[in-house]
Design a protein around this ligand. Structure first.
Ligand code: ASP
Length: 341
């Protein structure tokens, strides 16, 4: 996964920021400048991304490192282990002031939340990405990279947990979700809004994350990831997927329910049976914003379910995997984890 580091040295007085590249559209290459959908994600190396932004040299000394070169739709969980190990090692180095991760947009919200819960230091960690490949007209990657490094170099970013800098907005890793298939304003933090903004070298924070993260999180990255899958409730849904997952030995299931986490009776019966057999069942919503009220649209206490609160199904899966990996298994203890993080 690793390739040699490169370092662009500007004034030694500037903050030193490590840029870890993992691939994605920000490193995507298309056959021509007008292609914004047909391209190869992760085709270009980190030096290409950094060299495309000469203005970086006036805000930071950049250490560039290639950690992976993937399309993030294909992300495998060991990449999170590699990222946490590398981030914590870099953060332990007094010479490093902050870390930027370039990533694909497809699973960025999952990686960001996994890191938010498992890196163990206060230094800024900022993810960024792009909706248009690096070869496209009006590619958004270079400005997003410049802004991410600007945020990582800003003293006010310390202790804010893992941040996402995208399209001039700064999001909390817990809240941010991808909300557009094509637009450059592709990320939002539904209900809660952005933490702040970055524009023309200026960083402004409007609020802070209130839930524990990074150093205050009790959750550590494990070496093994428990099998946790997601099922969805919809008109006419069958119980086939739940039964197959249980037969395959999953440790947990997240249900993307309708509305306030309501579940089709057929699916709910299958999930209640799964819960009785020891599978952790977390009830989230497919709606995209709002929260799932405990004992609201389903009687969690009677069914043995955990309510995901305001986490979407994909982030709920991240938290459930981490909780199980950290030995939290009882339904009440899992609910406490979801109420906390
Ligand atoms: N499929 C790409 C990825 O997630 C999409 C992107 O980066 O925008 O790597």
């Amino acid at each position: 996964m690793n390739s040699p580091n490169t370092s662009s040295d500007a004034s030694p007085a500037l903050p030193r920021i490590a840029v870890l590249a993992t691939g994605g559209t920000i490193a995507g290459a298309a056959p021509d400048a007008t292609s914004t959908a047909g391209y190869q994600a992760g085709a270009l190396g980190v030096n290409f991304l950094v060299d495309a932004v000469p203005a970086l040299a006036s805000i930071a000394r950049v250490d560039a490192e290639q950690l992976a070169s993937i399309d993030s739709k294909d992300l495998a969980l060991p990449l999170w282990n590699a990222l946490v190990a590398r981030i914590d090692a870099l953060a332990a180095d007094d010479a490093i002031d902050g870390i930027v991760i370039t990533h694909g947009t497809d699973t960025l919200e999952e990686t960001a939340y996994a890191l938010h819960l498992t890196v163990k230091h206060d230094k800024p960690v900022v993810l960024t990405a792009a909706m248009r490949p690096a070869t496209a007209l009006s590619s958004d990657g270079p400005l997003n990279l410049l802004n991410a490094v600007t945020v990582a170099a800003h003293p006010g970013s310390r202790g804010q947990g893992v941040l996402v800098a995208f399209n001039n907005k700064i999001h909390c890793a817990r809240d941010v979700v991808k909300t557009s298939t094509y637009a450059v304003d592709a990320f939002h933090s539904p209900e809660l809004g952005v933490l702040g903004w970055v524009q023309d070298g200026r960083v402004e924070f409007a609020r802070r994350a209130t839930r524990p993260h990074t150093r205050d999180s009790q959750l550590a990255i494990g070496n093994a990831w428990p099998a946790v899958e997601i099922v969805t409730s919809y008109a006419g849904v069958s119980r086939t997927a739940v039964d197959a997952f249980v037969a395959a030995g999953v440790r947990g299931l997240v249900v993307a329910g309708t509305g306030n986490g309501s579940i089709h009776a057929t699916l709910q019966a299958a999930l209640a049976e799964a819960a009785k057999r020891g599978v952790a069942v977390v009830r989230a919503s497919r709606v995209g914003s709002g929260h799932v009220m405990k004992n609201g649209a389903a009687n969690d206490d009677a069914l043995g379910f955990v309510s995901a609160g305001s986490l979407n199904p994909f982030k709920a899966r991240v938290l459930l995997m981490l909780a199980l990996a950290n030995g939290v298994t009882s339904r009440d203890a899992l609910q406490a984890i979801f109420d906390t993080y």
